[in-house]
Design a protein. Sequence first.
Length: 65
Amino acid sequence: MVGRLAGLSISEIESVAHNWAQIQEFSPKYDNWPAAAVGQLLEHLAALCRKAVAEKKVLFMWMCL
């Protein structure tokens, strides 16, 4: 997943962010994230992944449901 996120282009990040903003976890029922905030989150996550790949470091990702 780190490699995949690191390889996303700007247009791919925008597309993925748009799709992510539509899921239930970002809906008003739960957190009510605006699409722009989801996009910023994904941009920061992709940048962190690019840095980890460039520095040949491991990136630990934890997802809690």
